[in-house]
Design a protein. Structure first.
Length: 108
């Protein structure tokens, strides 16, 4: 599985919001994630790729996302097990089928 960094997650969210789109971090198909990870931020990303706000297979387990604004982010099926989400803004976040086992959800 491909694991994203905190900075990649923040950049993906900010890029989608900058385009006026709803950010999405989905799972568990990792082909799209691996392709995007390899080419992340590269100038060769096409318009269609840039407009897609999903990252299939986003593995966010044991990541520090404390205090991150995840308001309205689609995290469908994402692996958030053991992730630090303390004080993260999860209002209107789509967490369907997300794995939140052992995630720190204090003050969210």
């Amino acid at each position: 599985m491909t694991k994203l960094t905190r900075n990649q997650v923040l950049e993906i969210i900010n890029d989608a919001r900058g385009r006026g789109e709803k950010p999405g971090l989905f799972g568990p198909n990792l082909n799209e994630t691996e392709r995007r990870r390899i080419r992340f931020g590269g100038p060769s990303l096409g318009e269609a790729e840039n407009r897609r706000a999903n990252l299939s297979g986003a593995e966010l387990f044991a990541m520090d996302l404390s205090g991150v604004d995840l308001h309205g982010v689609e995290l469908i099926g994402a692996d958030l097990s053991g992730t630090d989400l303390e004080s993260a803004d999860l209002r209107n976040a789509d967490l369907r089928q997300a794995n939140l086992k052992h995630a720190n959800l204090k003050q969210t």
